[in-house]
Write a protein that binds this ligand. Structure first.
Ligand SMILES: Nc1ncnc2c1ncn2[C@@H]1O[C@H](COP(=O)(O)OP(=O)(O)OP(=O)(O)O)[C@@H](O)[C@H]1O
Length: 265
């Protein structure tokens, strides 16, 4: 079956191998990944440090090439899509933001409109409306006139997410969007991403170490472990014992009844 024929499949990977280098210097980080994402889904990628979450996100976003396998966006092979068109389909927020210190938060969010603006890059009334909506969604109204270098890591993270929302793409990829946030703001952002996915028909995929929150809030999860690399709804994955082997059980034990990890004392 060609998964891409499903009208609401936005992003799909088939027998995907991700990694670095070429030829004898090739480093295969994860192999044999097959999954497809639909619109209106919030999907988390979890797994231990160094397993390949960021590598996968960058590969799906076209930031680095895959080693083999097929990747498609809206039914079209990713490698056939030019950068400008890709920016209309998909936005990516990475962990190491590019230099943006001297811009105000509002200017940075406005850059999200870049793929949609004319050749001079001027914003229309509609562009400004979308930018202000993104600012409201991320509740950064009080920050918009501040320079990015004046913002805390957590505030800056919200500004970068707002930029991705302003880009207004069907697919949004976020690398560890909750890293610098306190527990309240982590939950707040994830609930907001869930609402945006559900109410605006977007596919939102993010990497995270917040496995318990992801189990509670995501529609689906990809559990990278370099064995099963299981993909499914949180309850399917709990039933398949996909979380049990993530960490050594002499340290952390997953309790399927509460969907949480307990320290093995
Ligand atoms: N530019 C690179 N060249 C070669 N190998 C790399 C490169 N970047 C990352 N790697 C390797 O790829 C593997 C996966 O790294 P990646 O950053 O994707 O993991 P991660 O799951 O996101 O980790 P973390 O949870 O620590 O952020 C690691 O072994 C890492 O050392």
């Amino acid at each position: 079956m060609n998964l891409n024929l499903k009208h609401n499949t936005t992003l799909s990977a088939e027998d995907l191998c991700i990694g670095y280098g070429r030829g004898s210097r090739e480093i295969r980080v994860v192999e044999g990944l097959t999954f497809s994402l639909q619109s209106s889904e919030l999907v988390g990628i979890v797994g231990v440090n160094g397993i390949g979450k960021s590598t996968l996100l960058r590969t799906l976003g076209g930031v680095q090439p895959s080693l083999s396998g097929n990747l498609s966006v809206n039914g079209e092979a990713l490698k056939e899509i030019n950068q400008r068109k890709l920016a209309e389909l998909l936005s990516v927020v990475l962990t190491e933001p590019t230099a943006s210190g001297n811009l105000t938060a509002l200017e940075l969010v406005s850059l999200g409109r870049h793929p949609h603006t004319n050749w001079i890059g001027s914003l229309t009334a509609q562009d400004r409306k979308v930018v202000l909506e993104a600012v409201e969604w991320m509740q950064i109204e009080k920050l918009v006139q501040k320079k990015c270098f004046e913002l805390s890591d957590g505030q800056l993270q919200r500004v970068f997410i707002a930029r991705a929302l302003a880009q207004d793409t069907r697919i949004i990829l976020l690398d560890e969007p909750t890293t610098h946030l306190d527990l309240y703001h982590k939950v707040q952002i994830l609930k907001l991403l869930q609402r945006i996915a559900h109410e605006h028909g977007k596919t939102i995929l993010f990497t995270t170490h917040e496995i318990e929150l992801a189990i509670q809030l995501c529609d689906k999860l990809l559990v990278l472990d370099n064995e099963q690399n299981a993909f499914g709804t949180p309850s399917e994955l709990i039933a398949r014992h996909s979380f049990e082997k993530l960490f050594p059980e002499d340290t952390l034990v997953f309790d399927p009844r509460t969907a949480s990890f307990k320290v093995n004392k």
